[in-house]
Write a protein that binds this ligand. Sequence first.
Ligand code: SF4
Ligand code: SF4
Length: 123
Amino acid sequence: MYGFKLRPHHSLCIRFFRGEGYSDEFVKEMSRIIEKLESENPYVTLTVGCDEICKACPNNIGGKCKDFDKVERIDNNCLAELDLSGGELIKWQALKQLAYKSIIKENKIKSVCKNCVWQYLCN
Ligand code: SF4
Ligand code: SF4
């Protein structure tokens, strides 16, 4: 079964999204994707690499994030806290709840999302 590609750490970013982002196009696309996830609750495939959200991001250079090392570290921190692996399929609402319970509620954003420039928005 194929799921909607989603970077693990984007399950956190989505929770804190307030209409700010890398460009107007990115914000529009992020809003559209969140609406789709919430209304359809699809299976997502956890992807340590560019996903559906990255497609509209100006930092996506030829299919690779320009902050590749940093975001890969954040993805892997996130997977470790969620006790999940890259490539796993999970329903969006289950992932969202797990991310909330294991990371957000436990105040682990600072350590999981180390060096993210948007951290001030994610409290
Ligand atoms: S700190 Fe950065 S990576 Fe973490 S949830 Fe916020 S925007 Fe996403
Ligand atoms: S900064 Fe990188 S990981 Fe984040 S949305 Fe843009 S391309 Fe994707």
